[in-house]
Design a protein around this ligand. Structure first.
Ligand SMILES: CC(=O)N[C@H](C=O)[C@@H](O)[C@H](O)[C@H](O)COP(=O)(O)O
Length: 236
């Protein structure tokens, strides 16, 4: 797809995050590629995927644009979503169409400021779109000022200083979208079509759902807990 049109193509769309970490039952690039094909058949407009292997496998099987990221933990740093230029390079070479990275205020493992990091990515990959994963309103505003292409609420609830709640942070989506500056992706703990609709009505450009679709162990747990709770068989 023409790179300039990618952002437009996501408008009001449903994006499926197909991720399984090493310790999860569905870990494996081919499984994630099958997930992506299933999402495509269901009408998703894009896939969000972790690791160069998964991204490359998905690109082989699906025509959808891929928001790539690479989770990696460096000693002494809390930043783990595509933390350095090394991971950026690997996901770009794997075929990611959009590059997602931690855009929080947390110190980066390579000591770069967010501004320096974004500038270095732009220089190296001017044709790729940038997705800033943020955890607060202030971080969203700061990322917009740096000229990223999309801001995603991915990390709300996952930094110590952001809003902690079980529900998706729809308020954050709403406040950032109201700025009408940079398109906003609603992401994180979205489980229902109603939540998606609420986010889109509040101005989100698109919504991203992962666990509720691609982590069957978590989906099963929800059913089991709901049933046990209702029948009062939860051991309490
Ligand atoms: C916080 C973090 O590391 N989020 C990750 C970002 O890529 C993924 O583990 C999430 O599955 C993704 O954001 C979609 O969210 P949810 O699975 O809640 O629908």
């Amino acid at each position: 797809m023409n790179e300039a049109l990618i952002i437009d193509s996501l408008k009001d769309g449903f994006i499926v995050s197909c991720q399984a970490l090493e310790q999860e039952p569905l870990f494996g690039a081919e499984l994630m590629a099958s997930m992506a094909v299933a999402a495509e058949e269901g009408g998703a407009v894009a896939i969000r995927a972790n690791t160069p292997r998964d991204i490359a496998a998905i690109k082989r099987k699906s025509a959808l644009p891929v928001i790539g990221l690479y989770k990696k933990h460096y000693p002494g740093s809390e930043v783990y979503i595509t933390p350095t230029l090394q991971e950026i390079r690997e996901i770009a070479e794997a075929g990611a169409d959009l590059l997602a990275f931690d855009a929080t205020q947390l110190p980066r493992p390579d000591g770069r400021s967010l501004q320096e990091f974004v500038a270095a990515i732009r220089l190296a990959y001017p044709h790729l779109r940038l997705v800033a994963d943020i955890s607060t309103y202030e971080e969203g505003v700061a990322a917009m000022a740096l000229g990223v292409d999309l801001v995603s609420t991915t990390l709300s609830g996952y930094t110590s200083y952001s809003t902690q709640q079980e529900q998706p942070d729809i308020d954050l989506v709403s406040r950032l979208a109201a700025l009408r500056r940079t398109p906003v992706l609603a992401e994180g703990r979205i489980w229902t079509p109603e939540e998606c609709i609420a986010c889109l009505r509040l101005g989100a450009h698109a919504v991203v759902v992962g666990t509720a679709i691609t982590r069957p162990q978590e989906i099963t747990k929800r059913f089991v807990q709901a049933i046990r709770g209702a029948l009062n068989h939860d051991g309490s």
